[in-house]
Ligand binder design. Structure first.
Ligand code: GRF
Length: 198
C-alpha cells in the first residue's frame, strides 16, 4: 500500500480547492491522506462539504480567541494532535505569523490566484483586468513568513480574453487551480516520504 502523508487543509470559505484535494486523495495510489480540515470561521461552507466526503472537519473560530498567537497555538495543538505532517492552505484568509510558519518550515503549501511573483495579495483577477494583462493564472507555493513569496511548486497560465470580467476570469483560473493543487500536493508528499526538501 502507498504510504500516505497525513495532510491538513485550512480553509475559510467554500472550499472548492479543498474538494479537489479530497477527491485526489481518494485515489488508492495518492501519497497524501486528508487527515483533517480546519476552518477559522464557523460558517465556512467547505466544512459541510468535507464532512459529506467523510473527512474530519472542525472550526476553530478565530473570533473566540483574544489574539492571533492564542489562535495559532490552538491550531498548532490541534494539528499536532491529529499527527499532521503537511498543511495545505486552500482559501484560508488569515496571514500566518512568522512563528507559526517556522514551526512548519517547508511543510505548508498555498494556492494563490495569480502568476506569482506578479499580483501578490488580494483581488488578483480585478487587478489583472485593470492592468490590461493578456495572461493570468495560479500558483502553488511554499509558505514563508513574507506573504505570497515562498518558492514556487507549480503554476498554470490562462489567457485573459477581451470580454472577460472578474467572474469569467476567476472561473478560468479556478479550473486550473483544481488541476495543479492536487499535483503539487502529490509532489510535496512524495518529497516528504523520500525525506527530500520540495
Ligand atoms: C482560490 O481562488 C484560491 O486561489 C484563493 O482563494 C480561493 C479559494 O477558493 N487562495 P476555494 O475556497 O478553494 O473555492
Amino acid at each position: 500500500m502507498t504510504p500516505r502523508v497525513r495532510t491538513a487543509i485550512l480553509i475559510s470559505g467554500r472550499g472548492s480547492n479543498m474538494s479537489a484535494l479530497i477527491t485526489a486523495a481518494q485515489r488508492p495510489d495518492y501519497p497524501a491522506a486528508i487527515a483533517l480540515v480546519l476552518s477559522d470561521r464557523l460558517e465556512a461552507a467547505g466544512l459541510g462539504v468535507a464532512r459529506r466526503e467523510g473527512v474530519a472537519a472542525e472550526a476553530l473560530d478565530f473570533r473566540a480567541f483574544p489574539d492571533k498567537p492564542s489562535f495559532e497555538t490552538a491550531m498548532n495543538a490541534r494539528l499536532r494532535e491529529a499527527d499532521v505532517e503537511l498543511i495545505c492552505l486552500a482559501g484560508f484568509m488569515r496571514v500566518l505569523s512568522a512563528n507559526f510558519v517556522a514551526r512548519w518550515k517547508g511543510r505548508i503549501l498555498n494556492i494563490h490566484p495569480s502568476l506569482l511573483p506578479d499580483l501578490r495579495g488580494l483581488h488578483t483577477h480585478e487587478r489583472a483586468l485593470a492592468e490590461g494583462r493578456k495572461e493570468h493564472g495560479c500558483t502553488v507555493h511554499q509558505v514563508v513568513a513574507e506573504l505570497d513569496a515562498g518558492p514556487i511548486v507549480a503554476q498554470a497560465r490562462v489567457p485573459v480574453l477581451p470580454d472577460d470580467d472578474s467572474d469569467t476570469l476567476a472561473a478560468r483560473v479556478l479550473e486550473q487551480e483544481h488541476r495543479i493543487y492536487p499535483q503539487a500536493l502529490e509532489a510535496a508528499a512524495r518529497a516528504f516520504l523520500a525525506g527530500r526538501e520540495l
